[in-house]
Design a protein around this ligand. Structure first.
Ligand SMILES: [Fe+2]
Ligand SMILES: [Fe+2]
Length: 158
C-alpha cells in the first residue's frame, strides 16, 4: 500500500493544480483511432506518474523511474507515428510540430536525469510537466493536424 505524502502549507513538495488525474474526454480526440489510443495510453501513464509522486517510499521511486522511462519511450514512438503521418499528408506545420516534440523530449530527459542523480523531489516536477504538456499539446497542436486532414478529407494510413 502506497503511503501518501503529507501536503505542506508552504507549498514545498506540493503538487500544483496541473498535477491531477486526467480523464479521457472526447474533446481530446483527433478522430484517428490509432493516435487516440496512443493518447489514451499516454494519459494513463501520466496518471500513474501522478499517483507515484504522491507517494513516499524508495520502492515507489523505483516504480516511478520505470514508469517515466517506459512513458518516455512510448511518447517517442507516438511522436514518430504522428511525424510520419504529418509528412505523408503534407501538413504545412509539420516542422514546428516536430520541434515541439523534440523540445518536450529534451526537457523530459533533463528532469529524468536529475531524478536519476538522486534529486527525488523532482518527481512532482516531472509529473506536472508531463501531465500539463501532453494534454496541452493534444488539445492545441495535435488538433491542428487532425483538422487539416479531416477538413480536406485526405486519405491516409495511420
Ligand atoms: Fe500526440
Ligand atoms: Fe504531437
Amino acid at each position: 500500500m502506497i503511503q501518501k505524502k503529507t501536503i505542506s502549507k508552504n507549498g514545498s513538495a506540493v503538487l500544483n493544480d496541473m498535477t491531477r488525474i486526467i480523464t479521457w474526454d472526447n474533446r481530446y480526440s483527433v478522430e484517428i483511432k490509432k493516435l487516440d489510443d496512443q493518447h489514451k495510453e499516454l494519459i494513463n501513464a501520466v496518471n500513474e506518474l501522478v499517483q507515484y509522486c504522491l507517494a513516499d517510499s524508495t520502492e515507489v521511486d523505483e516504480y516511478f523511474l520505470k514508469t517515466i522511462q517506459a512513458s518516455s519511450s512510448f511518447a517517442k514512438e507516438h511522436f514518430a507515428a504522428e511525424e510520419r503521418l504529418m509528412e505523408a499528408v503534407g501538413f504545412p506545420e509539420r516542422k514546428e510540430h516536430e520541434r515541439q516534440h523534440a523540445a518536450f523530449a529534451k526537457a523530459l530527459l533533463a528532469l529524468v536525469k536529475e531524478f536519476e542523480e538522486g534529486r527525488r523531489t523532482v518527481s512532482s516536477d516531472l509529473a506536472c510537466f508531463f501531465s500539463a504538456w501532453i494534454i496541452g499539446h493534444i488539445k492545441i497542436s495535435d488538433k491542428k493536424y487532425a483538422e487539416y486532414i479531416h477538413s480536406r478529407n485526405i486519405s491516409f494510413t495511420a
